[in-house]
Design a protein around this ligand. Structure first.
Ligand code: ZN
Length: 366
């Protein structure tokens, strides 16, 4: 089919607007999957109504939810730091309002990019990380059951990170650690981060990874902000680096969560499989897929039919988590994506709540 005809077909095709997994939609998905070499889409055994309520009134656990206090906005908006516009206005009250509206029981707080590491200013990074982690922990205490915390550290500062990991877990009772996909030219497989990973591995920590604008690729395409392409790409870069550098296998007890359905990773698995074969990587005797399949992936801005189809060809339902990306997006968006896909009720409950509880059992009390 010529490109123009294909475009016209997709513009006029209304099948993917259906809130349910109709045979027409399945046909569309199967055709799309075949076109990109994904094979057959796994069977969707049962189809939940679009407006199905699963479990309690607020069953969902949101693992991608930002807190952005004003002091962090001021730090990140200094010249040369955050690419693009200031972040949306945010307050604890706005988070709670959004959570109630979207059926979210608990949101795990994490910082917004570009985080706390702005080059070699170690003292600023340590001070800002401590201030943010104290702020987040106070929200967890002030609103019992409603929030958790992925504490921020800056791995290029290994000593400061080790101190903050200890403080975050042992004093603030954080639920995990939040990292960015890259820190200037360093990706997460960087050997200098090993002391930090040794400690996180010893603690069997949950580590949530959020994309940022990489230094390599600011303003590459006129008129297209970095978030539109680079966030998804930077996620793939850092996952590939973790796996191919051997970091993921060296620290197997770290429980990784990646944002936005893994970015572009699910679409590029064929290239990485081939790369491992060509290199005969001894640390990846069965290729990179077994490592990719161990990680968790949340659905914020990664919940269109194509994204979910590709993700579910790479991992099982047990690795998929619910996320909103509030306040940049809201729960309505991901709720709609999940409803449109038409997961079986058990799978939906696993994604929205049970999988997160396995990682973060403390939340069961909430
Ligand atoms: Zn985000």
């Amino acid at each position: 089919m010529p490109a123009n005809s294909a475009l016209k077909f997709f513009r006029t095709c209304r099948c993917c607007e259906s809130p349910r997994a109709s045979p027409t939609r399945r046909t569309f998905l199967a055709a799309g999957a075949a076109a990109v070499g994904l094979g057959t889409i796994p069977a969707i055994s049962r189809v939940a109504p679009a407006n199905a309520q699963v479990g309690a009134a607020k069953p969902r656990i949101d693992v991608h939810h930002h807190f952005i206090p004003q002091f962090h906005v001021e730090a990140m908006m200094a010249p040369g730091r955050r690419a693009g516009a200031p972040p949306p206005k945010w307050s604890p009250a706005s988070s709670l309002e959004e959570m109630d509206k979207s059926g979210i029981a608990t949101a795990i707080l994490s910082i917004a990019q570009p985080g706390v590491w702005y080059g070699n200013n170690v003292e600023e990074a340590r001070g800002l990380a401590r201030q943010l982690n104290e702020y987040g922990a106070k929200m967890v205490r002030d609103y019992p059951g409603r929030f958790g915390l992925f504490a921020v550290i800056a791995p290029p500062d290994a000593q400061g990170s080790l101190r903050e990991i200890e403080y975050a877990f042992d004093t603030l009772n954080a639920d995990g650690i939040g990292l960015l996909t890259s820190y200037q030219d360093k990706y997460l497989g960087d050997p200098s981060f090993a002391p930090v990973y040794e400690e996180l591995n010893r603690r069997k920590a949950v580590v949530y990874v959020h994309p940022t604008t990489p230094d390599c690729c600011r303003g590459l395409v006129p008129g297209i902000p970095p978030a539109s392409i680079e966030y998804a790409t930077d996620s793939t870069r850092t996952i590939a680096h973790l796996v191919f550098s051997g970091t993921a296998t060296r620290f197997p007890d770290i429980r990784w969560i990646f944002s936005h359905s893994g970015g572009t990773l699910p679409f590029l698995t064929g290239r990485f499989i081939r790369l491992a074969e060509e290199r005969k990587q001894t640390n990846l005797p069965d290729g990179p897929l077994p490592e990719f399949r161990k990680f968790h992936y949340e659905l914020a801005q990664g919940n269109t039919p194509g994204q979910i189809a590709a993700l579910l060809k790479m991992v099982s339902i047990s690795q998929v988590l619910y996320g909103t990306d509030y306040p940049f997006r809201d729960g309505a968006e991901v709720n709609r994506g999940i409803a449109d896909w038409g997961f079986a009720a058990d799978d939906q409950r696993a994604i929205e709540r049970e999988n997160a509880l396995k990682l973060l059992p403390r939340l069961k009390a909430g």
